[in-house]
Structures are given as C-alpha cells and as structure tokens.
Design a binder for this molecule. Structure first.
Ligand SMILES: [Zn+2]
Ligand SMILES: [Zn+2]
Length: 243
C-alpha cells in the first residue's frame, strides 16, 4: 500500500493561497521540506518520529528551509532516538547543517539521534534505511543548481517525484514502473521556463504507462486536466492511496 499525503501543492509564491509543495509517503518518507513543514506535519497529526527519510530535490528555499525547525523540534519538544536519513544533491550535509546552525546554533547539540546524509548518485540503485531508490538528474536552473528526481520503492509500491524541472527525457526513466508520478506542473498554461506546465503534462501522459497515476503539484493556479486520463491535481492536505 502506498499513501501520499500533501503538505502543500504550490510553487515558490504560494499562489492562490496554496502552501509550498511537499508530500509524505506512508507517513515515513518525506519529499521536500518547505518552510511550513513543521506546522503542517502537526496539523496532519503525523507522529514526528515516524519520519525516517527526507528526500530533498534541490536547494531552493521552498524545498529545504523547513529542516531547521524539524531539528529544533527534536531537541526541545519531541524525543527522537532513531537515525534521520536525509538524501539530497551533492553537498547536502554541509548545506543543511550550515543553514540549520545559522537559524538555531543549538542544532549541533547532542539530541539522542543521528542525522545521516546520503548524496544522490544517479545511474545506480541506492539504499537508505532498508528501502531502495534511484536519483535522476533533472533540468531546472542548470547554471546554479543540481536538481534531482527520485524513484523510491515503498513496500510493494513505487513513487516517483520530479522536484522542479523542465520537460526532459529523464522524466520518462524516472516514471518507469511507478504507481504514482508526482510532477512539477507550475504553469496552468503552456510550459517553461525552469518548470513544466500543462502542455508538458499532455506530452508526458502520452509517454508514461497509462496505469501510472500522475499527480500535479508546485502549481501556480488550477490546471485544467479535462481529457487527461489518470491525472490528479494535488490538494493541500489531500491524501491519495494506491492499494
Ligand atoms: Zn520550487
Ligand atoms: Zn526550484
């Protein structure tokens, strides 16, 4: 069983009052960590110690700035014992630890658990806390960022996530065998720059297996998905289940 629960579904501008995009798989695997991470996890009532692995797609603020609040929570409010695994682009440990220390110097304090970082290495299966995943290089803002999409096996199901990207061939590889493909659909009309739009979704829908459910996120409005089979527009706090 795979259950995806969205903490938010908007682009960096929180367009239309939606919150920044992020989702949980089975309450244990977190995909991106926007500034609203902590309040939204609490609103969902998810036990904060259930989170085992955080997959960070890239280092734009709407995707990682929630991490310091989670670390702070584990110092003062919620006792954690199990390792927290954080997967991200090369340099992820330094990026996240330095940023967290700038926010709250005490995050370096002994807190009874370990933070363990894993850098994305595309081209091979990787393993984290008894699950396997694969990272795929995406095409977002090539001059300044090294963004990744992830395909993750959760039990007997598979979820694929593009993070932020323009249309690129790697998305088709990423989507192979996925029950759910969570897709950047920033633009309700057309497509690009830096992100995909509804025109790109139409292209991808034709090329990805019909049984793969496509879930649109990182939205700048309400995309019209009429005529598109098995395409869902994510809602904040919406849950989507794959049995
Ligand atoms: Zn973004
Ligand atoms: Zn971005």
């Amino acid at each position: 069983m795979l259950e995806l629960t969205f903490l938010g579904s908007a682009n960096a501008f929180a367009t239309g009052g939606r919150y920044w995009s992020s989702f949980l798989a089975n309450g244990r695997y977190l995909f991106d960590a926007p500034p609203t991470l902590l309040p939204h996890l609490k609103q969902l009532g998810t036990p904060l110690t259930d989170i085992e692995v955080v997959f960070l797609s890239h280092f734009h603020g709407d995707h990682f700035m929630g991490m310091p609040f989670l670390f702070l929570e584990y110092i003062y409010m919620t006792e954690r014992r199990d390792d927290l695994f954080i997967v991200g682009p090369p340099g992820v440990e330094r990026k996240i630890e330095e940023f967290a220390q700038q926010c709250y110097p005490e995050v370096t304090r002994e807190a009874g658990y370990r933070r363990r970082y894993i850098e994305a290495q595309p081209g091979a299966d990787q393993y984290v806390n008894e699950i396997s995943f694969r990272a795929f290089p995406m095409n977002h803002v090539p001059e300044t960022l090294e963004p990744f999409g992830y395909r993750v096996h959760v039990g007997d199901r598979t979820v694929a996530y593009t993070g932020d990207t323009m249309l690129c061939d790697e998305i088709l590889e990423l989507a192979e065998g996925a029950d759910a493909l969570v897709l950047d659909c920033t633009y309700c009309e057309g497509g690009g720059p830096e992100h995909m739009g509804i025109d790109d979704v139409r292209v991808i829908r034709k090329q990805v297996a019909a049984e793969t459910t496509i879930i649109l996120t990182h939205l700048n409005g309400e995309p019209d998905v009429a005529g598109l089979e098995n395409v869902i527009v994510a809602a904040d706090f919406g849950s989507y289940r794959f049995d």
